[in-house]
Design a protein around this ligand. Structure first.
Ligand code: ZN
Length: 294
């Protein structure tokens, strides 16, 4: 199932829908007609412990009756989850990326955070003041979306707590990130977490540790790897996080980026006004973002 958020007009609050061959199914509308209560947003959906069954029922009903079916051409896209409670990230989680920055391979995941206000969707631009940061960079990432409350789970049960995956660009202001002594400011500028287009459920993605991943800047491929190179897999990351804090439905876990980010290239590739970055993960989707200075 490909779960996204949509809106008809700019000022409409995003609502959750499922992309099908016939169109986009408005889950709340189709669910109400089918007799199941589904809140308007993806975060509402995932907060319901029966969300998988309810979503299946709503989709089935919409496909039979046409109720809640919308024409995607009339809709704008929002982030699949635009209101996560937290955005957890991991540094240095691809072996080659750790090496390109002369960093030792970590014994445990190195966690950091982006504030939730940095999250934007597949049709939003990344915007920044060029006097505030001069070193804006991209990071292609597979993003796990939490599907149920998760506290102290073992790796072998961690995947049951994941709703699915989306594509993320962990946009980073390198001068702030490396100048501060800790990363949160350089990672959390407004708009610096493009995600989407869809949350693709785990059953549809298959093995999350065997997916091609890439980033292209203005059509030139600058990152290319596979999630088989992850040092800590999704199950290990979720388990590790859950020993420390509770993961909530809708929380986003950025799983790290492969080699080829701009700051370590010779010469460095830093993003400027008018650049376009596409991040893709096999079976999950492609996310293209415009970069604009304010
Ligand atoms: Zn990252």
């Amino acid at each position: 199932m490909r779960i996204g958020q949509y809106r008809t007009t700019d000022d409409e609050s995003p609502w959750t829908g499922v992309a099908t061959d016939a169109g986009v199914i408005d889950l709340s509308t189709a669910g109400a007609a089918a007799g199941v209560d589904i809140g308007p947003k993806t975060s509402d959906l995932l907060a319901d412990w029966e969300w998988r069954r309810k979503a299946d029922l709503a989709v089935e009903y919409a496909e039979e009756t046409g109720v809640g079916l919308r024409d995607p051409a009339e809709l704008d896209r929002a982030a699949p989850v635009d209101d996560p409670r937290k955005v957890v990230c991991v540094g240095l989680n691809y072996r080659d990326h750790a090496e390109e920055g002369d960093n030792p391979i970590p014994d445990d995941p190195v966690l950091f955070s982006k504030f939730p206000t940095s999250v934007v969707g597949p049709e939003d631009a990344v915007r920044w003041d060029p006097e505030y940061t001069e070193k804006v960079d991209y990071e292609a990432e597979l993003v796990a979306v939490i599907g149920e409350e998760t506290r102290r789970v073992d790796p072998d049960e961690a995947m049951e707590h994941v709703a699915g995956f989306t594509v993320g660009n962990d946009v980073s202001a390198r001068d702030l990130q490396h100048g501060d002594g800790q990363w949160v400011r350089g990672k959390s500028l407004d708009t610096f977490a493009p995600t989407g287009p869809d949350l693709v459920t785990t059953d549809e993605v298959g093995d999350p540790h065997d997916l091609d991943i890439f980033a292209e800047v203005n059509g030139e491929r600058l990152q290319e790897s596979s999630t088989e190179n992850l040092i800590f897999g999704v199950d290990d990351l979720i388990s590790f996080c859950s020993q420390a804090f509770t993961l909530k439905p809708g929380d986003l876990v950025f799983t790290g980026t492969p080699p080829g980010v701009g700051v370590y290239r010779e010469p460095p590739v830093l993003l400027g006004d008018g650049d376009e970055v596409t991040v893709g993960v096999e079976g999950v989707g492609e996310l293209t973002t415009e970069f604009e200075t304010e």
